[in-house]
Design a protein around this ligand. Structure first.
Ligand SMILES: Nc1ncnc2c1ncn2[C@@H]1O[C@H](COP(=O)(O)OP(=O)(O)OP(=O)(O)O)[C@@H](O)[C@H]1O
Length: 246
């Protein structure tokens, strides 16, 4: 298994609080890896470290063999932030073509293709400021994927999308993976966890599972991933209490 992203003993503080406490994981190349965990557990912080925009206290993050954030990675790593990062006063097409112009290898055709992939072809002439929240999120996604990056970091890409669109977006993620991309995708929705090749479950800045969905189910003794995560969290909390008492 070739590793695309290697995180080692990562410690990050945000504000005065320590958010990640020595987290380590390895994300295989050509996989869709789900990053799951409660709100505030550190998912976005970990993603920011992987794309190289987060100040790190200690530890290392290596992406495609280079330190995260290196100039050589700029065109190879795509990042969808949680808040849409597109220009409200440009149309969907203008946004996508503008982002395409920032890549040496992306064309207007790639921009139009990406718009189609996210289901926005019918709204490509519309100003982003007039789109619905879910449409705006998809416009942002189109801009993140159009450069065909080797590593794609997606922070809650399916929030606010209807089930049909969600299904299509997940199919697209799998297509990108099959073409060789490595995808890290955060989600709150457990039914999305089952669609991933691997899962990272994070809680209060610590990794409590790094497995395939089947392995997570087996370790937790239940077929239901929602329940499996609850079991893992409860077992961990119990173990920690036992250690404190001893
Ligand atoms: N700019 C900031 N300054 C101070 N604290 C921050 C900042 N950004 C995030 N935090 C804190 O860091 C912790 C982790 O936040 P993070 O955004 O990584 O969580 P998350 O798992 O992505 O949450 P969500 O699922 O709600 O997006 C939280 O306690 C949050 O309040």
């Amino acid at each position: 298994m070739e590793t695309a992203i290697e995180v080692s003993d990562l410690v990050i503080a945000r504000g005065r609080r320590r958010v990640l406490h020595g987290l380590s994981c390895a994300i295989p190349r050509g996989s869709v890896t789900g990053l799951l965990g409660p709100s505030g557990s550190g998912k976005t912080t970990l993603m920011r470290a992987i794309v190289g925009v987060q100040k790190v206290e200690s530890g290392t993050v290596t992406v495609l063999g280079e330190p995260a954030g290196n100039a050589g990675l700029r065109a190879r790593v795509g990042y969808l932030t949680q808040a849409p990062s597109v220009y409200a006063d440009l149309t969907v097409r203008e946004n996508a073509r503008y982002f395409a112009s920032l890549y040496t290898n992306a064309t207007n055709r790639d921009a139009d293709e990406a718009i189609e992939k996210v289901g926005l072809a019918g709204a490509s002439g519309q100003l982003v400021g007039t789109l619905s929240g879910g449409q705006r999120a998809r416009a942002s996604l189109a801009c993140a994927i159009l450069g065909k990056p080797d590593v794609l970091v997606l922070d809650e890409p399916t929030v606010g999308q209807d089930p049909v669109l969600r299904d299509e977006l997940w199919q697209h993620f799998r297509d990108l993976r099959d073409a060789g991309a490595t995808i890290l995708v955060s989600s709150h929705v457990m039914d999305e966890a089952g669609r991933c090749d691997r899962l990272l479950l994070i809680r209060e800045g610590e990794l409590i599972a790094d497995n395939t969905p089947d392995e997570v189910r087996a370790a937790a003794g239940t077929d239901d991933l929602d329940q499996a995560f609850l079991n893992l969290i409860r077992t961990r909390a119990r173990d920690q209490k036992t250690v404190e008492v001893q």
